[in-house]
Write a protein that binds this ligand. Structure first.
Ligand code: ADP
Ligand code: ZN
Length: 220
């Protein structure tokens, strides 16, 4: 199964992707996480990526496509993956099709999480993520705070706030998402794999689990 998660920043696509990964055993591939790892290691790629990410813009297609192409060659990706944050442009979507085609594969389903903008902004501004990559639990410091401030309930690691989770960058990221997503959504709609998911209550505790159940039902 090759699942492409679509949704604005803060739509919960990362959380849903993590749950999907756990339930299916398929690797969760987040280009945002991959870039953040490179930034942390201060590699050349990280420096380049950061110059775009810190402004809320997109890392150039060539760079992004290359890292995904390499990642899809790993052994763990041969039965499928959960892609989170890629593709983000039509050029990336076409490149992904080509990469998969070479292996005789194609995108299985493209869930699109649709969440009202107000909820999204509120969510991102209060977002805190576990610094332990293996865990990656996500908290909302206002609505779903950890038991101990700044500490992950699940694994006890420190919680961190993403540098790009500030009001100015969020507005730009949402703009960029809406500008690019139109073409992406059209692209996958035409292929008949788009599945729009509009949670009844996106603030519900189990909203992500519900979205995942819908996705898995479509794949049966
Ligand atoms: P969010 O969806 O909350 O913005 P991500 O972790 O998916 O978070 O992405 C963070 C940033 O990383 C994006 O704003 C963008 O700059 C960069 N990025 C991630 N994926 C891509 C991609 N497929 N193409 C270009 N840039 C990307
Ligand atoms: Zn944790």
């Amino acid at each position: 199964m090759y699942i492409v998660m679509l949704g604005a920043p803060g739509s919960g696509k990362g959380t849903a992707a993590k749950i999907l990964s756990k339930k299916t055993g398929l690797p969760h591939i987040s280009t945002g996480d991959m870039f953040r790892e490179q930034i942390k290691k201060e590699t050349e790629l990280g420096k380049l990526a950061n110059s775009y990410i810190s402004n809320g813009g997109l890392v150039p297609d060539e760079v992004t496509i290359d890292i995904v192409r390499d990642r899809l060659k790993w052994e763990d990706a041969k039965n499928g993956v959960i892609l989170d944050g890629f593709p983000r442009t039509e050029a990336q979507a076409k490149a992904l099709d080509e990469i998969l085609k070479e292996q005789g594969k194609k995108v299985t389903i493209v869930p699109e999480l649709v969440i009202p903008a107000q909820i999204i902004i509120e969510r991102i501004l209060n977002r805190a993520t576990c610094s332990n990559k293996e865990c990656g639990a996500i908290y909302n410091t206002k609505f779903k705070p950890p038991k101990v401030e700044g500490i992950c309930d699940v694994c006890g690691s420190k919680l961190i706030t993403r540098n790009d989770d500030n009001e100015e960058t969020i507005k730009k990221r949402l703009e960029v998402y809406h500008k690019n997503s139109k073409d992406l959504i059209e692209f996958y709609k035409e292929k008949g794999v788009l599945k729009t998911i509009e949670p009844e209550d996106p603030t519900a505790d189990n909203a992500s689990e519900q979205a995942v159940d819908i996705i898995l039902k479509c794949c049966e």
